[in-house]
Design a binder for this molecule. Structure first.
Ligand SMILES: Nc1ncnc2c1ncn2[C@@H]1O[C@H](COP(=O)(O)OP(=O)(O)OP(=O)(O)O)[C@@H](O)[C@H]1O
Ligand SMILES: [Mg+2]
Length: 251
């Protein structure tokens, strides 16, 4: 579903290369975890997948269902079913979360050739998903992410994902800032989206998230490259030993 081939990318403004020959394949039905030390390029990779203009791809390609997405803008990528939950979710002042969700869902439906949801149907869907994530409906009347606590932002991201039903979900440090109960709720929300025709990429530092969202594959990103790939045991090994051995092997 997602195939990244020899990707090189730099910051548009000053030309600093951050992604340096990254290869990664994530198949449909798979949950892939990306781990790696601070500053290795994990969030940058998620920004590049989303199509942010601050980055330039200088070499390589990103294929989604066999087609390059490099020329697509962020909205076109989203309409193809690519969903990114960022480490630091953006605040959208002036737009009530409900309104935002409605527009996002209807855009998605339009792109799939489906009819717009009626308002009662939309509200029914939001209520059902919000209650599973223990999100208060009052919170959804407020502007998206504005003044939301760290954990509320993360839940709001999972709510969007649950409603949009994307084919590729990339979650950047969805566990950061979550209390113990919220971690479980968010993980259950992600697990509910596991499906043979969907791929999920979770970027995380800690095994604790992967105890709840058990990954099929684990990849270590270091200095802009995947230096090791394995199965769920690789995350346990990292938790026990840190990155030094793996970085040493790759050097
Ligand atoms: N606009 C920018 N200007 C200069 N350097 C940048 C810019 N954006 C990112 N970087 C650098 O790129 C590197 C990769 O950053 P990135 O945020 O992708 O790391 P990360 O793997 O997500 O780290 P963390 O685990 O701390 O979230 C870092 O060294 C960062 O300082
Ligand atoms: Mg990051």
């Amino acid at each position: 579903m997602l195939e990244i081939r020899n990707l090189h990318a730099r910051i548009a403004e000053d030309g600093t290369e951050i992604i340096r020959g990254l290869n990664l394949t994530v198949k449909a039905g798979e949950v892939a975890a990306i781990m790696g030390p601070n500053g290795s390029g994990k969030s940058t990779l998620s920004y590049i997948l989303s199509g942010r203009e601050d980055y330039e791809v200088t070499e390589g390609d990103i294929l989604f269902n066999g087609e390059s997405i490099l020329e697509l803008n962020p909205a076109e990528r989203a309409s193809k079913g690519i969903f990114l939950a960022f480490q630091y979710p953006v605040e959208i002042p002036g737009v009530a979360t409900m309104q935002f969700l409605k527009v996002a869902m209807n855009e998605q439906r339009k792109a799939r050739g489906e009819a717009e949801l009626t308002t009662p149907e939309f509200i029914r869907r939001v209520k059902a998903e919000a209650s599973g994530l223990q999100i208060d409906m009052d919170m959804l009347k407020r502007p998206l992410n504005v003044g939301f606590s760290g954990g509320e932002k993360k839940r709001a991201e999972i709510l969007q994902m649950a409603l949009l039903q994307p084919s590729l979900c990339v979650l950047d440090e969805t566990d950061s800032g979550l209390d113990i109960d919220a971690l479980k709720i968010v993980a259950d929300g992600v697990n509910a989206l596991r499906s043979p025709d969907r791929a999920i990429v979770v970027i995380t530092h800690y095994q604790r998230l992967l105890d709840h969202i058990v990954p099929d594959t684990v990849h270590v990103l270091y200095k802009g490259q995947i230096i090791k790939s394995g199965q769920k045991e690789l995350a346990h090994e990292l938790e026990a030993n840190g990155y030094a051995d793996i970085i040493g092997e790759a050097a």
